[in-house]
Ligand binder design. Sequence first.
Ligand code: CAA
Length: 282
Amino acid sequence: MSIQKVMVIGAGQMGSGIAQVCAQAGYDVTLNDLKGEFVERGLSSIEKNLARAVEKGRMSADEKDQATGRLSSSTDLHDAKGVDLVIEAAVENMDIKKTIFAQLDEIAPEHTILATNTSSLPITEIAAATNRPQQVIGMHFMNPVPVMKLVEIIRGLATTDEVYAAIEDMTNKLHKTPVEVEDFPGFVANRILMPMINEAVYTLYEGVASKEDIDSVMKLGMNHPMGPLTLADFIGLDTCLYIMETLHEGFGDDKYRPCPLLRKYVKAGWLGRKTGRGFYEY
Ligand code: CAA
């Protein structure tokens, strides 16, 4: 199974980061989103990141031009006609993902692997929207994609060893470390990270310490690069709440109950960095 042409669906922070690392590693990448302006925004953030890499001496101007030359834009899913791999990084909504995967199944060539960057939704259920569940797999990158080394690779119930091996090989070529994970709610990363963030929100909610002090404890005491409340703002409080709800529903255990303060912030539209206000103001 040889992968050369890749389509990334969703040109937001995750999708554009995935497109960037694929183009840097030599893959031809089509970046797709619903509107041309979304794709343009994604491409310009890639341009900025690559320019910074040149400035910092991590890449030559020539290499930057080559990577940029491998990127093309699309607002039509039919552009999946000529690709070997699709990586979907659209919104975290099961109905939307199923619709996208059903369409891709119609459009993409038989050999094409369909991967999703979902952070917690069941791969097996997404795969069931297609007639090729054996070629559907989870490829969960971390934010910010160009910096973080991990990719969780999640097998659906029907994913073949051949497909797993192709995605593992590609992950290595992206200079990332693949970790094999079974299809359970939150996989590994978010099953462990999100309850920690939720507990930090409970700690704030119960008045145990200020937000700054909670973050200081985890930064200075555990050597985390960001405190949990800063990290929640970075990820997006709506995303954190959504993943906690997925864990709560998936395991049915009260220990995953989202903190009421997290719900309140999301209801207020205080979603973190992206809206200029979350636990902190930006
Ligand atoms: N895109 C590209 N590069 C970026 C970047 C971005 N969005 N943000 C930071 N960087 C680069 C910077 O350019 C900088 O590179 P140089 O060394 O060349 O200058 C480098 O990363 C370090 O950045 P900074 O000096 O600005 O800041 P920092 O040292 O605090 O690092 C950080 C920033 C890498 C984000 C670090 O704070 C960190 O690792 N935080 C934790 C991130 C984390 O936990 N991510 C996982 C989130 S969970 C997830 O993604 C899963 C999910 O499903 C929700």
